[in-house]
Ligand binder design. Structure first.
Ligand code: ADP
Ligand code: MG
Length: 609
């Protein structure tokens, strides 16, 4: 028997490795933007065709590469950013694995032009399937331009796996937003199919936030800034009134790297306690800087998770800094919340930092305790109770994850379906419930949950069969969105059409609402679409729902009568009739009961015991 093991050729090994790094156009966008940032560029242009499927080009004015480096950079494990394992713990750059360009060259056709300031001429290189096809001198400005064409041209299975252009575009906008947010001093643009979606002039962080997330935040941002020996935090949080139903506008960066951390999110949210409703999310854009030795960025290949050397200190610090910021800007009276005694004594909480105070504070023993490693016991006792629940807190509320077919919801024992609701006496309680007498007791209908169920089924029917007729608006209203929201609306347009919403693109991030279903109140069209996008984002990380399902759930939620709304008798009757005409009248789309039944025998038992 001959031996069997062979070494894979480079291009195949690279293709396999590329699976880790480049899953979709957005991952390539992220890598190329980060390389440009690492090269010290002050302006970075991102140019796409077909949401990156046929072209992703990044042009920067950074350091450029020498001729040899230009060839080397496509090799696997080729990096200028670390030289030894030790360097890994002092990383200040975004990249360090030396895998991105090798991966990109393995799955696309790449053309690169690069020149350093000190060189006369630049280099032009073409790579395909990890093989250099062409290399020649070229006249070029200082900096680098990399164009990757036809992503996955050589791996049809993966190419087919890509989503619609609108969906891929949304991922790209997410990545672009994260990089652009963390480097406001750099000019960024994003162009897709010749249309410029973003043009972000270099400026302050506040300006960048407004450019990216919308002008309405202009007067609604509260500065966060605390410096200690151990770590610094700076950035902005939204005033409580800007809290939204979705967690979309929340960004954490550690040493300028975007991260996701339920733990830190909880720290921020707990600082808002009592200031915002439980199911809403404030904006935050926060940058934590600490010694690279105190974090391990190496936990996850796409580097969004992070491990801190001392998590508890980071938690307490973040929470305290946000409380401080919110109090200082007198969003709540400063004494309105009870800080844990141990945290309260931290100088960063007690007063703003002046140089003088800083010196005084940093010599105090408490401050030292805070800034020294392994001193978490200072804050541990009081944090314990909260920490126990932080997981529940950031995970989606249970109601959303209950499938619509939950059998645990009560079913009606009375024969409500065949009942003639014209006859029965209904009454509304607390502007929230409707009582309906039933043969042997009564049922208590939750008007909002019930209406959500009714709308949900109507919309499902409409999306499967004949489209809901749309009523032309006499005065079509225009809608201006942030670029990110515009991408979402584009994605939803075909489905919205089916559901009676006629919306047309009208130039940059602007849309015209031509028509809506007949029951939408005139003047409300714009508001409805705004809220719809919010709702949709709320569901958008939920992989178990299809796009259409998310849209329908969003619409049902948004249009349902709310608890606390007074209903006329006719409206009550309509609702009850519609509800019991539903296929599944007993639970809301979220899986909550739509009504509870009270039988006389049960009531009697209750009174007797
Ligand atoms: P990493 O960023 O992890 O080092 P990459 O594969 O992304 O690995 O890039 C390899 C090397 O190529 C980088 O270390 C850098 O030296 C060089 N390089 C990549 N992109 C650029 C760029 N836009 N400008 C200058 N040098 C670059
Ligand atoms: Mg890189």
């Amino acid at each position: 028997m001959p031996d069997k093991i062979v070494l894979l050729p480079d291009n195949i090994a690279n293709q396999i490795a590329a699976g880790e790094v480049i899953q979709r156009p957005a991952s390539a966008v992220k890598e190329l933007l980060e390389n440009a940032v690492d090269a010290g560029a002050t302006s970075i242009y991102l140019i796409l065709a077909d949401a990156g499927k046929s072209l992703i080009q990044v042009i920067d004015n950074g350091a450029g590469m020498s001729e040899t480096d230009a060839r080397m950079c496509f090799e696997r494990h080729a990096t200028s950013k670390i030289k030894s394992i030790d360097d890994l713990f002092h990383i200040r750059t975004m990249g360090f694995r030396g895998e991105a360009l090798a991966s990109i060259a393995a799955v696309a056709q790449v053309e690169m032009k690069t020149k350093r300031a000190e060189d006369e001429a630049g280099v032009y290189i073409e790579v395909e399937n990890s093989i250099v096809k062409k290399q020649e001198p070229v006249a070029a400005p200082t900096g680098t331009s990399i164009a990757m064409k036809n992503l996955f041209f050589n791996i049809p299975a993966r190419r087919n796996f890509l989503k619609s252009n609108a969906a891929e575009m949304r991922h790209i906008v997410d990545e672009f937003t994260r990089v652009a947010m963390s480097f406001p001093q750099i000019l960024f643009t994003l162009t897709n199919n010749g249309q410029q979606l973003f043009h972000l002039e270099a400026g302050s962080l506040k300006q960048r936030i407004i450019q990216l997330l919308g002008n309405n935040y202009n007067t609604k941002l509260v500065t966060v800034k605390e410096d200690t020996d151990y770590m610094n935090i700076h950035g902005f949080v939204g005033k409580p009134e800007t809290a939204k139903k979705t967690r979309g506008d929340q960004y954490f960066f550690v040493n300028n790297r975007f991260i996701k951390s339920g733990y830190l999110n909880h720290a921020v949210m707990s600082a808002y306690q009592e200031m915002i409703p439980g199911d809403s999310f404030p904006l935050y854009v926060l940058f934590i800087d600490l010694e690279p030795t105190q974090v391990d960025v190496n936990v996850h290949p796409t580097k969004q998770e992070i491990k801190f050397e001392d998590e508890k200190i980071v938690y307490a610090f973040v929470q305290a800094a946000i409380k401080h910021a919110l109090a200082q800007f007198s969003i709540t009276p400063a004494l309105d919340f009870d800080l844990d005694a141990s945290i309260q004594q931290l100088s960063s909480i007690q007063q703003p930092f002046t140089e003088e105070k800083k010196t005084a504070a940093s010599s105090s023993s408490l401050f030292k305790g805070f800034t020294q490693k392994h001193q978490a016991h200072f804050i541990e006792p009081s944090q314990k109770s909260e920490l126990k629940h932080w997981k529940d807190f950031y995970e989606a509320p249970a109601t959303e994850s209950v499938p619509a077919t939950d059998e645990s919801a009560p079913t009606l024992h009375t024969d409500a379906r065949t009942k003639n609701f014209e006859e029965v006496e209904l009454s509304q309680l607390l502007n929230t419930y409707i009582t309906v007498p039933s043969g042997n007791g009564f049922i208590l209908v939750h008007q909002q949950a019930a209406h959500e169920r009714v709308l949900y089924e109507q919309l499902v029917n409409a999306s499967q069969g004949k489209a809901i007729p749309s009523q032309q608006s006499m005065f079509p209203s225009t809608l201006e969105l942030t670029p990110a929201d515009a991408v979402i609306l584009e994605e939803l347009m075909p489905d919205l059409q089916q559901l009676g919403y006629q919306i047309e693109p009208f130039g940059k991030n602007t849309f015209v609402i031509q028509g809506t279903p007949a029951d939408v109140e005139t003047g409300q069209e714009k508001h409805i679409i705004d809220i719809l996008i919010e709702q949709y984002k709320h569901f958008s990380n939920d992989v178990k729902f299809s796009k259409r399902e998310k849209l329908i759930r969003s619409l049902a939620k948004q249009q349902a009568v709310k608890s606390g709304m007074r209903l006329t008798e006719r409206e009550q009757r309509q609702l009850i009739t519609d509800l019991f005409n539903c296929k599944q009248p007993n639970i809301s789309p979220d899986g909550n009961p739509t009504y509870l039944e009270f039988r006389q025998d049960q009531l009697e038992k209750m009174f007797r015991s």
